[in-house]
Design a protein around this ligand. Structure first.
Ligand code: APR
Ligand code: PHB
Length: 394
């Protein structure tokens, strides 16, 4: 088999890259270890930055998102028993966010790809990358039927997430990794209930962080800071509600709406970046290259920004033989990656309880929250990062 760009992984990064390349007339093949049903059912994040929304719309895959997604013009920070609204659109010249679940984005992208005759090979196994530092790299794998196949390509895009094979295919002496593990996780639940709030609530409380998000008018997504080693079984429903009510309690009458909990899971929190994000003919994008804690809602958006940059660079190469954008891909992508890394770390540090924390640290966090919600300059800093900084094109 031969293609122009071999794409490993059918997450948001791989699928959106395949779609953006197709719009530029560049052929690709997407290889995915899981089945279509599995990738379309995996629950992940749900907040799209303005730039991601624009990218999906401009590339023709935003139709269902415009109908079913929920635009939000503000976000709430809650502490000291009160809610404080950050008016995102007013502070950013009209930019806002869209709440639309990642698996819905995946469904839209898979549909668009298959309708346009693009290839996604599901259920592949034993993927390995060969000859990355030659002009004809290859991807070897077993297809769903067990046959050994080889895909020769001009370029390889490693979009296979944090646990994929692409990043380790860069020799360890050629890459540098930066990691921070947080001493807490998030217990996430899905609840059958109407929304308790019109906008997302990020709550800081001495018992720990809580987040109230939504999936639809009937389904709410809630999170509570927990021990990262906890199993979901350590959180019977009664304990979940008790903790969420306590962390969201206040004097302003806010009341969380309870309902049937139909999904529960614990997620770990880490920050991670690999540098550079390219080696020979391999380019990494999305979670394969970087992880952010979910507090800033940046994971999916960074993946989209990476593949936008990569599609433009590959586009310039195939249109006019220019390779300078490809050569600068890692440098360009990493500027946005590190901004999002800092913002996600900052939001996480401001909003969580650290178990070794002193009363001094707690006072500092409260002071920071008061400043961010009380000063227009500080609120603007949060708002412009949260809705996403404009793309840099070079
Ligand atoms: N071969 C082929 N596919 C693989 C391999 C492999 N060796 N290893 C992993 N995959 C697939 C996974 O099954 C998954 O479908 O690659 C895909 C990677 O998708 P994600 O992990 O979703 O990563 P990415 O596309 O970078 O999306 C960014 O945003 O909300 C955040 O972390 C969240 O998933 C999210 C991400
Ligand atoms: C979600 O709805 O899953 C969600 C929202 C905001 C975040 C993280 C996750 O910061």
């Amino acid at each position: 088999m031969r293609t122009q760009v071999g794409i490993i992984g059918a997450g948001p990064a791989g699928l959106l890259l395949a779609h953006l390349l197709q719009l530029r007339g560049i052929e690709s093949v997407v290889l995915e270890t899981r089945s279509r049903e599995e990738i379309e059912a995996t629950l992940r994040a749900g907040v799209l930055e303005q730039g991601t929304v624009d990218l999906l719309n401009e590339s023709g895959v935003g139709e269902r998102m415009r109908r079913e997604g929920m635009p939000h013009e503000g976000v709430i920070l809650r502490f000291g028993g009160r809610s404080h609204r950050i008016h995102l659109s007013e502070l950013t010249g009209g930019r806002s966010i869209m709440v639309y679940a990642q698996h819905e984005v995946i469904r839209d992208l898979v549909k668009a790809r298959l309708e346009r005759g693009g290839t996604i090979l599901f259920g592949v196994k034993d993927v390995s990358l060969l000859d990355l530092d030659t002009p004809l790299p290859k991807i070897r794998f077993h297809d769903a039927g067990g046959a050994t196949r080889e895909l020769a390509c001009d370029y390889v895009a490693g979009c296979d997430g944090f646990h994929g094979v692409s990043r380790p295919s860069i020799p360890s002496r050629m890459r540098r990794e930066f990691t921070r593990i947080y001493p807490f996780g998030w217990l996430g639940i899905l609840v059958e209930a109407p929304p308790a709030t019109e906008e997302l609530i990020y709550a800081y409380h001495e018992r720990g962080f809580a987040l109230v998000s939504t999936r639809s008018p009937q389904v709410q997504r809630l999170y509570a800071q927990c021990n990262p080693q906890d199993q979901a079984g350590a959180w019977p429903d009664a304990r979940v509600w008790e903790e969420l009510h306590a962390r969201l309690a206040g004097s302003d009458g806010f009341k969380l709406t309870e309902g049937r909990i139909f999904q529960k899971g614990v997620i770990a929190m880490r920050s991670f970046v690999v540098e550079p994000m390219q080696h020979g003919r391999l380019f990494l994008a999305g979670d394969a290259a970087h992880i952010v804690p979910p507090t800033g809602a940046k994971g999916l958006n960074l993946a989209a920004a990476d593949v936008r940059t990569l599609a433009r660079a590959l586009g310039a190469f195939y249109a006019s033989g220019r390779s300078d954008l490809l050569e600068r891909y890692s440098e360009t992508a990493l500027r946005r990656v590190w901004r999002a890394e800092h913002f996600s770390w900052w939001m996480t540090s401001m909003l969580h309880r650290f178990h070794d924390e002193s009363p001094f640290h707690h006072r500092l966090q409260l002071s920071q929250l008061q400043y961010v919600t009380g000063s227009r300059a500080a609120a603007t800093m949060l708002a412009e990062n949260y809705v996403g900084l404009p793309f840099e094109d070079n």
